[in-house]
Design a binder for this molecule. Structure first.
Ligand SMILES: Cc1ncc(COP(=O)(O)O)c(C=O)c1O
Length: 509
């Protein structure tokens, strides 16, 4: 351990060879010097004497120390880089990237990956969607609506109509912004100007495009705390400094302080049936938020994904986008993932013309246009009223599922072990665990019984969420609620016992 620490701080040529306890010139001269250096460094990395993240001595310094030409050192570093063991960054030096992989591929791809791509290491979203697609587990993790309500027959008939009348439009390329008829239908049903809509392959694509359009590395972004984990992941990968605004307290003075202190590039919020808390920002706060954004000239990205999923209580206040008639500071993201099905991959952004234009320019590079067939079929459903009838059915089913889950948890989970507020809409119960129980333990316990929930941590831009869980109540039929509650109860009881058993030891420390 001491050896590794030493090398981290001593990146000189002498430091390197002290750590390796050998000088390459002392090795048998059967191989060229650069090969001896490669072998030595490879062995050092494999043993852990030279750990990932360590910066190797600059080429010139190493060449001087070994009294060899710089070309010899360059050859050695190139060879190591081709094996994926080190990675050179222009102006920053050469860093150890990984240990050699036993039985590795003949070509070291890992070493070829761009430095920015290596920042995408968070697997949370992928894990959630994988669990949601696994028939052997009961997923209460990913946000999935009641898919058995999907209007399959109407969808099939609409597909037939589209393929009879508009096959040519379906199979050709389409405009990057989206098909004009679909944009018109979206504007008519959800508001906005059809010319200022960009159709997307889901809201997550919109977040990625917005991050690339608005965020430079180091920019601050203020966002809900806790907030949507996919947005956290995307903004973080873009190099943003994330600053949380407590969405449950929703204190406007606190937000103003954050704007003053961090001068953020944008505010991201999901103010209607928020993921994960279910919070709805009242109209007064919406107006104050808009005033602040206009005053400090900070754009707001409003994620409106859950707006149509109100179940009980008063109707949700108008969106920030709708209220923002004068300032035009709001960019709104919507999606059919929660209203119809996530598998459709269909969403859209509404914003002022120049932003839609810039987003379209970025989108064309990764996705020249969103699938025409999906746009045309959903357009038919929206135009002929099937969509709204489906939404009414879906909400009634979601209400049943929410009530069944709430009832089952109250009945089977010991008092005080799990606290939550029953949300008026959206798809989640945001649960606070009692008695210092760690959500991760409950998650692991439930997983052994093939039930998946998400722990609170990925919803926080900073520390937080260790004692919280999010439970999606819409994805499982009401009859499954009892099994889910029993499993969670067992996990909670077992985790609470462990916490209690460890408590005296913790106090002694
Ligand atoms: C707030 C929020 N925004 C965006 C998304 C991503 O939705 P989509 O499936 O349309 O990419 C989700 C999905 O859970 C979400 O909760």
């Amino acid at each position: 351990m001491a050896k590794k620490t030493k090398l981290k701080t001593d990146q000189s040529a002498n430091g390197l060879f002290r750590a390796l306890k050998t000088d390459p010139r002392a090795l048998p001269r059967t191989r060229p010097l650069y090969r001896r250096m490669v072998d030595l460094l490879e062995g050092g990395i494999a043993r852990g004497d030279v750990t990932p993240g360590v910066r190797l001595p600059p080429e010139r310094e190493l060449a001087h120390a070994l009294r060899v030409s710089r070309a010899t050192v360059v050859s050695a570093y190139r060879d190591l880089e081709a094996r994926g063991l080190v990675r050179g960054y222009v102006g920053r030096g050469t860093y150890v990237s990984a240990k050699p992989d036993a039985g590795s591929a003949p070509f070291a791809w890992r070493g070829k990956i761009a430095a920015t791509a290596l920042q995408s290491t968070d697997t949370t979203v992928r894990d959630l969607v994988r669990a949601a697609a696994d028939p052997d587990v009961m997923s209460l993790a990913a946000g999935v609506p009641a898919l058995d309500c999907f209007p399959t027959d109407a969808f099939r008939r609409a597909t037939d109509r589209v393929l009879t009348r508009e096959a040519d439009t379906a199979w050709r390329h389409g405009p990057t912004e989206g098909l004009p008829r679909f944009r018109a239908a979206l504007a008519a049903r959800f508001g906005g100007d059809p010319e200022h809509i960009l159709v997307l392959a889901g809201a997550q694509q919109g977040l990625d495009l917005l991050a690339r359009c608005l965020i430079d590395p180091g920019d601050a972004v203020v966002m809900d705390r806790p907030g949507y984990l996919g947005a956290i992941q995307t903004f973080r990968s873009a190099g943003a400094r994330l600053v949380g605004w407590d969405i449950t307290r929703a204190d406007i003075d606190e937000l103003e302080e954050l704007l003053l202190r961090y001068r953020p590039k944008l505010i991201y919020t999901n103010p209607t049936y928020q993921n994960p808390t279910g919070v709805v920002l009242p109209i007064r706060l919406r107006r104050e938020l808009l005033d602040l954004a206009a005053r400090y000239r900070v754009p707001i990205v409003e994620d409106d994904t859950y707006r149509e999923l109100g179940l009980t209580g008063p109707a949700a206040p108008p969106s920030l986008f709708k209220l923002d008639e004068a300032h035009k500071v709001v960019i709104r993201i919507n999606s059919f993932s929660k209203m119809l099905a996530p598998g459709l991959r269909l969403g859209w952004i509404s914003a002022v013309g120049p932003i839609v234009e810039q987003l379209a320019l970025i989108k064309q590079q990764v996705d020249p246009h969103t699938q025409n067939l999906a746009q045309l079929v959903v357009c038919e459903l929206v135009e002929d009223g099937v969509f709204d009838r489906h939404l009414a059915t879906l909400k009634a089913e979601h209400r049943r599922r929410r009530d069944a889950m709430v009832h089952a948890l109250r009945q089977h989970v010991p008092a005080g072990a799990l606290r939550f507020t029953v949300p008026d809409g959206g798809m989640y119960l945001w649960c606070q665990l009692g008695m210092h129980v760690h959500a991760r333990e409950v998650h692991e316990h439930a997983l052994r019984d093939r039930v998946v929930v998400v722990t609170g941590e990925p919803f926080y831009v900073d520390q937080g969420g260790a004692h919280q869980l999010r439970v999606c109540y819409t994805s499982q039929a009401p009859a499954q609620a009892t099994h889910a509650a029993h499993t969670l109860a067992r996990g909670l009881v077992s985790a609470a016992r462990r916490t209690a058993a460890e408590a005296p030891r913790v106090r002694l420390v």
